[in-house]
Every structure is written in C-alpha cells, then in structure tokens.
Design a protein around this ligand. Structure first.
Ligand code: C2E
Ligand code: MG
Ligand code: MG
Ligand code: MG
Length: 287
C-alpha cells in the first residue's frame, strides 16, 4: 500500500491477528477514510467543580457517524484504530478539532478547559509533543487550556516510555490526567513517577457508590491518596444527586456523569450551557 499525498497513510489488516469479525474488518479498513470524509464527530461532556459549583471544562468523546451502521461508540472502533496504527491520525484530529471548538467557545465568553483522550499507542510516539504544540499554536490557546487524559492501563503498558513522553508534554505546560483510575494495577511507586495533575476515578467504583460499601471505601481512600499526592480528583459515572452529595462530603473536586449531563454535540452543549447559566447567574458571576 502506497500512501498517496492527500490520503491518510493506513496500515492494512495483518493476518497474524485474524481475531475480528467481518464487520469489524470492514470497519477497520473504512476508518482510514472516515476522518477525511468527516464522519467522526466529537461530543462534549461537562465537568462540574463541586466546590465552585460551576462547569470548569469539558471532555471530548469521539463518535463515528457511519453512513450504514449509524452512530458507533468509541469502544467499538478505538481498539481497531489502535491495531492499525490509525489512532495517531484520530488523536491528532481530535486534538485539533477540540481546541478549535474551545477557542470558539472562549470567544463567546464560555471559559472552559478542554480534555482529550489519548491512547497507549500515542504514548509510543515522540512526535506527539510537537504535534500538540502545533495544534495549540493553531488554536491560539495557551497550553494550560488543554488536558490530555491517558488511562491507567495505557500508562502501565510501558511505564518508562509513558513517563518520558508525559514529561515532555508537561514541560510544555499541557495538563495531564490519569483516566479510569483503579482498573490498571499501578503501584504507588509507579504512580508517583507520573507527572499528572488529575486522577479520574473509574466509573465502575462511582456508579453504585451510595449502595455499595466496598465502592465507598475505595472511592474515599482514592480521594485521600490522590489529595496526598497533590492531585485534583475527578469522579466519573455520576448518575444521581445522592452520589454528588456523598462525593462532596468525601472532598472530591470534580464530578462528571449523566446526572450532570450526557456527552452532547457542540451545539447541544452550547444550549445546555446557556440554560444552566440563565438558571444560576449568581454562580456564573462569582466565577
Ligand atoms: P473515558 O475517557 O473514561 O470516558 C468516559 C466514558 O463514560 C464515556 O463513554 C462517557 O460517555 C461515559 N459516561 C460518562 N458519564 C457516564 C455516566 O454517568 N454513566 C455511565 N454509565 N457512563 C458515563 P464513551 O464516550 O463511550 O467513551 C468510552 C471510552 O472511549 C472513553 O472512556 C475513552 O477511553 C475512549 N475514547 C473516547 N473518545 C476518545 C478519543 O477521542 N480518543 C481516544 N484515544 N479514546 C477515546
Ligand atoms: Mg477520559
Ligand atoms: Mg474514564
Ligand atoms: Mg473509559
């Protein structure tokens, strides 16, 4: 396969990894062109600062608007993109698109930080640092507007490489979060090597928080651990008001979840934001 100038270079399916269904195989090859055809979209989910009681940022989550199969969620195509190496183009596209959106929102007075997920494959790519710097420059935003989220298991995949690459990003002023914390078997020794500022507790511990004593213990002690390491703590998968109350009592900094809002297309998010601001103008002003 020879990459033509205007096409995304893309790796072909390897017969050594023939563990995919035919649908997955066809998706895998189609993903190469999906970015170019504009079939990928970002949805945005707000992050609520529990102390300030205000929305301080959003996380972008990619969806694939497939012409035949409809809306496809990332768990069904990110692993394929990682297999083929196309994840790099997806990541760059997501960073550029999210930063451009963030810049437009700032112009409208929506002071938000933007969080983008990166994959374990991206952590192997030293070019990421320069690419992120270029994307920031193109958007006109400062590096501290951008959060990059990397899962605990992705980091543990090759901790030395991860520490090096994350260190380079951190040096440039980008903020870093460890995602899905609690599912990746990291040790304290490994954790403290990571130059991250935020720890996101996996939703599997949060969703049943008010009914499961074990989850409550895990969440409470993770918040304490994170705070002792100087990190900001985010709980994902917040699906009820009771969970928010409990997280606030535990001293959790930020909450994210369906109870606050589902991930939404940009326009829907703007609408949601304006609605929220009109309901709580006092809180917007104090910000
Ligand atoms: P994540 O980064 O941990 O994102 C949180 C996931 O939980 C999202 O699923 C979100 O829609 C979902 N979620 C949020 N609040 C709730 C809730 O209250 N309850 C429940 N049950 N779920 C909630 P989504 O959008 O399907 O994304 C799944 C994963 O795919 C993400 O997990 C992230 O690891 C990955 N992903 C998404 N977008 C990208 C991307 O642009 N690049 C990369 N590399 N990975 C991405
Ligand atoms: Mg995330
Ligand atoms: Mg997560
Ligand atoms: Mg996840």
């Amino acid at each position: 396969y020879v990459a033509k100038e205007k096409r995304l270079p893309c790796a072909l399916y390897s017969h050594q990894q023939n563990r995919y269904s035919l649908l997955r195989l066809s998706l895998m090859s189609e993903l190469c062109g999906a970015i170019e055809r504009g079939e990928l979209v970002l949805h945005y989910q707000p992050k609520l600062d529990l102390k300030l009681q205000r929305i301080t940022g959003v996380e972008c989550l990619v969806r694939w608007q497939h012409p035949v199969h409809g809306l496809i969620f990332p768990d069904d195509f990110i692993p394929l993109a990682e297999q083929t190496g196309n994840i790099r183009y997806l990541t760059l596209w997501a960073i550029r698109t999210a930063l451009a959106q963030c810049a437009r929102w700032r112009q409208q007075g929506m002071e938000l930080m933007m969080a983008v997920n990166i994959s374990s494959v991206d952590l192997q790519d030293p070019a990421l640092i320069g690419n992120v710097a270029d994307a920031l420059a193109a958007s006109g935003l400062t590096a501290d507007s951008l959060w990059l989220e990397v899962t605990e298991s992705a980091v543990m995949h090759d901790i030395d490489k991860a520490v090096e690459l994350l260190g380079g990003l951190r040096q440039r002023g980008v903020r870093l979060a460890i995602d899905d914390y609690g599912t990746g078997y990291s040790s304290m020794a490994q954790l403290k090597r990571l130059p991250v500022q935020e720890m996101k507790i996996d939703k599997s511990f949060v969703m049943d928080l008010t009914h499961n004593e074990d989850d409550a213990i895990i969440v409470r002690s993770t918040i304490e651990l994170g705070h002792n390491m100087g990190l900001s703590l985010v709980a994902e998968g917040v699906e009820s008001e009771e969970i928010i109350q409990l997280l606030s009592r535990y001293g959790c900094d930020i909450a994210q979840g369906y109870w606050i809002a589902r991930p939404m297309a940009a326009e829907a998010f703007e609408h949601w934001w304006r609605q929220r601001m009109s309901e709580r103008p006092d809180k917007a002003e104090r910000a």
